[in-house]
Design a protein around this ligand. Structure first.
Ligand code: SF4
Length: 401
């Protein structure tokens, strides 16, 4: 079944490290954006399946033509996950969330038990707001906690404190959410291993159902880079970062949160059904500015700028600006590349059935050195990274692309 991704590009403030597609919250813009988002979802639901698609990548900003129109969703295609990502989706009003969910359920055959995730920033919620989001149909929250250390949060220019993050999780439980995820960021400027592990222990104490660990990437033009230079903050050496990751994973697993993907752990039955579509060669439709979609071997991306997106929707034009049919080798490479992120790895016989390729015959010679180094396991039809292998995952995955 499809996953439906809804991009909400508004934030109360722009964090100094952020490289996402987002902008400052503006009430008028938000209202027009929600209208456009609902229109895009309803239009996709109405479209027949096979419209034309372009062969070549077009660059963003190109005029939309029938040749770069992505395949529409088949009328009432089946979907079982709805994911509000951003940006800060929790800045929308619960009524707006309910309206967008209603557009999804009226346009797609949404399963009886869909996973409906809302990314939320701790400072943007109260127990009453969370209860209203639940009434609107949200059944999973993903909190952008990042750190439980106030000094670190300030260095990242986040608006919340560690206490607010803890309170937000407690409010979510009180509002009746039984599926709560926490995002944490490691390798922060000036962060010692002990600081990081204190955040991990603090997160475990909050008894989340799911935790995602991200490595801070400081982009060349990120304001944080300049802040770090002025304050003489640096990131820990690579070896320390590796130890931070492996020790965190051990502690989370000891607490009953099983690792199922390179960056993700969950209690039994609480893996992210939506994100699993990205790692199991699934299909999804993205709505909103900058959203990506993959369906029927075609990948496309919507225009990034919020105003451009609204303008295209308002004149009934496609918001897609990059549409590309993937070659068989690209589809195979993506399936292997993303599948290897999973702790259970790849089922080579399933790949053979789907793509008609004997993966070991094609790539085995290059992969054997990783097996010999203890980074990769090849057992029967299974191929998976070991935890050491996860530290060099990109080197291994590079074999496939
Ligand atoms: S809240 Fe998230 S999306 Fe918004 S600016 Fe900060 S990091 Fe970026």
């Amino acid at each position: 079944m499809l996953g439906l991704y809804l991009h909400i590009p508004f934030c109360s403030a722009i964090c100094n490290y952020c490289n996402f597609n987002r902008g400052l919250f503006d009430a008028d813009l938000k209202a027009r954006y929600v209208d456009a988002l609902v229109a895009e979802i309803e239009r996709a639901g109405l479209q027949a399946c096979a419209t034309s698609e372009g062969d070549a990548t077009t660059s963003e900003g190109d005029a939309t033509t029938s040749e770069d129109t992505p395949p529409g969703a088949a009328a009432r295609a089946a979907a079982d996950t709805i994911y509000f990502g951003g940006g800060t989706p929790s800045l929308l009003e619960p009524e707006e969330i309910a309206r967008i969910i209603a557009a999804c359920t009226s346009s797609f055959e949404v399963a009886d038990d869909p996973e409906v995730t809302l990314e939320a920033n701790p400072e943007s919620v109260t127990q009453a707001r969370l209860a209203a989001f639940k009434t609107a149909g949200v059944n999973r929250l993903s909190f952008g906690v990042q750190s439980l250390n106030d000094a670190e949060l300030q260095r990242l220019s986040r608006l919340h404190s560690a206490a607010r993050a803890r309170d937000a999780v407690a409010e979510a439980r009180a509002a009746g959410f039984d599926n709560v995820s926490i995002d944490l960021m490691m390798w922060l400027p000036g962060q010692r291993t002990s600081d990081w592990l204190a955040t991990v222990d603090g997160a475990i104490a909050l008894a989340p159902d799911h935790v995602s660990l991200y490595l801070l990437e400081v982009y060349p033009n990120a304001p944080l880079k300049e802040v770090m230079a002025r304050a003489h903050w640096s990131q820990a050496p690579d070896d320390d970062a590796a130890a931070m990751y492996t020790t965190a994973m051990e502690r989370l697993e000891d607490a009953g949160l099983r690792q199922y993907e390179i960056s993700n752990v969950a209690r039994a039955g609480r893996q992210s059904r939506h994100n699993l579509k990205y790692w199991t060669d699934g299909e999804w439709l993205g709505f909103g500015c900058g959203a990506h979609s993959t369906r029927d071997g075609v990948r496309w991306k919507n225009v990034s700028a919020t105003e451009d997106y609204i303008e295209r929707i308002s004149r009934q034009a496609s918001p897609a600006v990059e549409v590309r049919r993937l070659s068989p080798d690209e589809r195979l490479g993506d399936a292997l590349f993303t599948g290897l992120r999973l702790v259970d790895g790849i089922d080579l016989s399933a790949i053979d059935i789907r793509y008609g390729v004997d993966v070991w015959a094609r790539f085995g010679a290059e992969l054997q050195s990783f097996v010999d180094a203890g980074c990769l396991r090849h057992e029967g039809d299974g191929l998976r990274l070991t935890r050491e292998g996860m530290l060099i995952a990109h080197e291994v995955m590079a074999v496939f692309v």
